[in-house]
Write a protein of this length. Structure first.
Length: 98
């Protein structure tokens, strides 16, 4: 089955889907905050169980590393990757409905 969005130009499909995802992400963030606010380790629903856990993560302080290492040492430990970015810019006077 094909949805009506499939017949739209790619840029328009992208804009609509991104808008939907942005709205859903905001709603998901609200639900996450509400779950965390309960203080419970486990929330049981009719369809799912959500477990809340705490873990540690180590991060590298790049500012401190740059202060300790030479530019050559930093360069020898640095890798470069290509990053592809899509930017969404609505056309003037047109509102994208989400």
């Amino acid at each position: 089955m094909t949805s009506s969005i499939d017949s739209l130009p790619l840029a328009d499909r992208y804009a609509i889907l991104k808008g939907d995802i942005d709205l859903l992400t905001k709603e998901l963030d609200k639900v996450k905050a509400a779950i965390k606010a309960t203080g419970k380790d486990e929330i049981i629903g009719d369809l799912a169980i959500v477990t809340v856990s705490l873990s540690e993560r180590s991060t590298l302080d790049t500012k401190a590393v740059k202060a300790l290492l030479t530019a050559e040492q930093i360069a020898s430990c640095t890798s470069v990757t290509l990053v592809e970015t899509l930017r969404l810019k609505p056309k003037t006077g047109i509102t994208v409905l989400a």
